[in-house]
Design a protein around this ligand. Structure first.
Ligand code: GLN
Ligand code: ZN
Length: 776
């Protein structure tokens, strides 16, 4: 091999930096471009300004501008999509958008991400165990790879001109193929990984091009290597070995391979044995490898991901420097980095001046983490060099356990005295009979997942309340008006179980966080969820309790408007944890139980208010599932227990529903059953009811509502389509168990399409009901 340069790997770096902008500048720029309010030149200029200011900021925080320590981790939408377009992997249905060289313009790039009138966008799915979503490349036996889009080279040159020697980053070839799905028409079971040999020459070409542009270091992210894969280990080992044998064999920059989100396990020695120049390990979440695993390192720099990129707590520098010393014994040279990209955390804790100073002092957002990395890098070879910083961090962290609200006796007494009974409801047969007596529902009862469209009036009422332009009473009146409208609509459409529509909720987790003790909201703490979408997770920092009822007034008001049963709506403990930044000073299961008890109290109050059905949503149950099978049982144990703790106080006659979405339930069907809900609604429309086969195989015996209306698309399903989906479900689920509902909440949709779709849904249910009676 011949590398263009031999500048040493920087002592301090990060895997990636948030790219949405400190004040969501990229979101605003991109959305205004999509809406036609600005042109492409403006968007490109705004993006370039943003990149420039991010590089400057990182340099200011201590990353050297001249030595490749700043990763070029910008993306207009998603880093996996960027790699797909760099290697020309454009699905057939979008082929006409590319020029003869397979190149896409920015509009075409956005079309892949968002779809157009004729074509579905690329599928979106969760990125490892985070709440970021990436776009799934589609690879078939005939996908043509070519070095198509050269944005990484252009961005390197742009940065260089401004005085920054950046480190271009791409998804590594093995992870890229493992994250891909088989393109339509590929034949059953086609593994995209089988295209590795054809993909590698394109990566080689990219490396050559980057070398000629003067790139010193390039980064390949290989997070798939830390997750169990549906590929046997020999195939995986061979793929990794082959990929990095080929990639290290040309005229190229030096190569860093990263393995964030866990331990690469048996693939670590494989990577260490290749000719790459730097190897990153997640030394926060992953384990410190033993000497044997890294024996093959040779001169390869070990890049120690010591600072957590995924949560927001100030690092324990003493612990980190201990890990650093152990790693120094294993490698000739060690550099310091974050465990993952900082994509998952907000920019700057100093922006949150409204927070209690004690809480703020425990936080490290992206910028604080960069500083921690820089500090730790000074300890390489000289642990005593940061003694002052270690002591300072220890002093701050020592204030945490005893600070007011962190550990509250009354909360601890409750969780400490839980017994088996607290997790157990009466037998299902008993519940079923009791519920039947109260509810009197027809076969195939119809309901929705909870939220109705959030109109601009609803959102603006909330904004005006926040700004003090609307009084509390006027706000309540506005929400009540919306609830009335939603109840009337459901009555008109003939629903059997009604909801209040959740107009009062900005977000299904944030809303509860704002009403529970132990949580704090941020003002600027936005993190990218996908594309231009951001969420602002709350910080769960202290012991959790419920100062007063949260949803009861809204549900009661809805109940007062109708004779039909109204379903109370709560977000489950696991989802509340998954979508918040959670304290790291105790096991998650302990925190989950505290949240569960608060919800248990809420359910008791809903029951007292005469609400006969309560739904506890757990859409994120699948999301937190550990990437390694060996760790999954423990997770499922505490997460299922937390749900059961929340719901097991409910009387036998109270019908408990749950709702799950974000697909791939196969792995967790047992856990879904163990939730022991009376009715489970589950996303299914897009996968054509696949999940019901899984449920039948498992022997699921309680109520189930596979979604029959795909709410992620503005398309209105016809009555006939819904009827067919219900018939398909009836092949696997007895009519006595089947519920009829959409895939998920309707919050992001508009009233017009929702009214039509829901009308078709209830009509289809009635038609199937009648055919069942006729068949008897
Ligand atoms: N009840 C919530 C809603 O309907 C559920 C949303 C979700 O599953 N993501 O909006
Ligand atoms: Zn959902």
């Amino acid at each position: 091999m011949s590398t263009t340069a031999s500048t040493p790997f920087p002592a301090a770096t990060i895997v990636g930096y948030p790219r949405i902008g400190r004040r969501r500048e990229l979101k605003k720029a991109v959305e205004s471009y999509w809406a036609g309010r600005s042109d492409a030149t403006t968007l490109q200029r705004e993006a370039a300004d943003l990149r420039h200011s991010q590089y400057s900021r990182l340099a200011e925080l201590g990353l050297d501008a001249s030595n490749s320590s700043i990763p070029a981790s910008f993306s207009f939408y998603d880093q996996v999509l960027d790699t797909a377009v760099a290697v020309g992997a454009v699905p057939q249905r979008f082929a006409s958008l590319a020029d003869d060289d397979g190149r896409l313009g920015l509009d075409a790039y956005f079309t892949l991400a968002r779809g157009d009138a004729e074509n579905q966008p690329l599928e979106m799915t969760k990125w490892f165990d985070s709440n970021y979503h990436y776009l799934v490349p589609e690879i078939g036996p005939d996908t043509k790879f070519s070095y198509a889009n050269r944005w990484i080279r252009e961005q390197f040159a742009e940065a260089a001109e401004a005085g920054f020697t950046t480190r271009p980053t791409l998804i590594g070839p093995v992870t890229f193929l493992l994250l891909s799905k088989a393109a339509e028409g590929s034949g059953a079971g086609f593994p995209p990984l089988s295209r590795l040999e054809d993909l590698l020459p394109v990566y080689t070409q990219i490396l050559e091009d980057l070398a000629s542009a003067g790139v010193q270091w390039v980064q390949f992210d290989e997070p798939s290597l830390v997750a169990d894969q549906p590929v046997d280990s020999a195939t995986l080992t061979a793929a990794v070995e082959r990929a990095y044998t080929v990639l290290t064999d040309g005229n190229r920059p030096q190569i860093l391979v990263t393995t964030p989100y866990g331990s690469a396990g048996e693939l670590l020695p494989v990577l260490a044995g290749t000719d790459i120049e730097a190897l990153h390990i997640d030394a926060f979440k992953g384990t410190v490898p033993d000497a044997g695993a890294l024996r093959g390192l040779g001169d390869t720099v070990l890049v120690a991901g010591l600072v957590d990129g995924h949560n927001i707590w100030k690092a324990d520098l003493e612990d980190a420097s201990g890990r650093l010393s152990r790693l120094e014994e294993l490698a000739g040279r060690v550099a310091v980095s974050t465990s993952t990209s900082l994509l998952h955390v907000p920019y700057d804790a100093d922006d949150e001046q409204q927070l209690d100073p004690a809480l703020r002092s425990w936080l490290a957002f992206a910028d604080q983490k960069v500083a921690e990395v820089v500090t730790l890098s000074r300890a390489v070879g000289a642990p005593e060099a940061i003694a002052t910083e270690i002591a300072a961090a220890a002093e701050v962290l020592a204030t945490r356990p005893s600070a007011s609200g962190v550990r509250r006796a009354e909360v601890r007494e409750r969780t400490g005295s839980l017994g088996d009974d607290d997790f157990q409801r009466p037998d299902y047969e008993v519940r079923q009979a009791a519920q039947k007596a109260v509810l009197d529902l027809p076969p195939l009862p119809t309901t929705t997942t909870g939220s109705f469209p959030q109109t601009s009036e609803v959102r603006s009422a909330r904004a005006r309340l926040r700004k003090g332009e609307l009084s509390g009473d006027d706000y309540t009146a506005a929400m009540r008006a919306e609830i009335r409208r939603v109840i009337e609509l459901q009555e008109e459409l003939g629903f059997d179980v009604l909801v209040h529509g959740e107009p009062e909720r900005n977000d299904m987790v944030q809303y509860f966080a704002e009403h529970l003790d132990g949580f704090e909201a941020t003002v600027h703490g936005w993190v990218q969820s996908y594309g231009s979408r951001c969420t602002r997770p709350a910080i769960l920092w202290g012991d959790v309790s419920r100062p007063e009822p949260i949803t009861v007034p809204w549900s009661s008001y809805a109940k007062s408007l109708t004779d039909k049963p109204v379903k109370g709506m709560l977000t489950g403990p696991v989802t509340i944890l998954a979508w918040s930044f959670v304290r790291d000073d105790q096991p998650l299961g302990e925190t989950a139980n505290q949240v569960a008890l608060a919800l248990r109290d809420e359910i008791a109050d809903l029951e007292s208010a005469g609400i006969p059905i309560v739904q506890v949503d757990e859409p994120a149950l699948r999301e937190l599932l550990p990437l390694r099978q060996a760790e999954q049982a423990h997770y499922l144990d505490w997460s299922v227990n937390a749900f059961r703790l929340a719901t097991s106080g409910a009387a036998a006659e109270t019908q408990v529903h749950t709702h799950l979405c974000y697909s791939e339930f196969g792995a967790v069907i047992g856990a879904i059953d163990a939730l022991n809900a009376d009715v489970t609604s589950i996303e299914a429309a897009r996968s054509k009811m696949e999940v019901v086969t899984d449920l039948r195989q498992h022997g699921f015996s309680r109520g189930v509502g596979p979604g029959v209306y795909d709410i992620h698309s503005p398309r209105v399903p016809s009555t006939e389509e819904v009827r067919q989906l219900l018939q398909a479900a009836l092949d696997h689920v007895p009519a006595s168990q089947l519920w009829v509902n959409p895939d998920c909440g309707l919050k992001t949709r508009g009233y017009e399409e929702v009214t039509e779709s829901l009308g078709n849904l209830t009509q289809a249910a009635v038609a199937v009901r009648e055919s069942l009676v006729a068949a008897r």
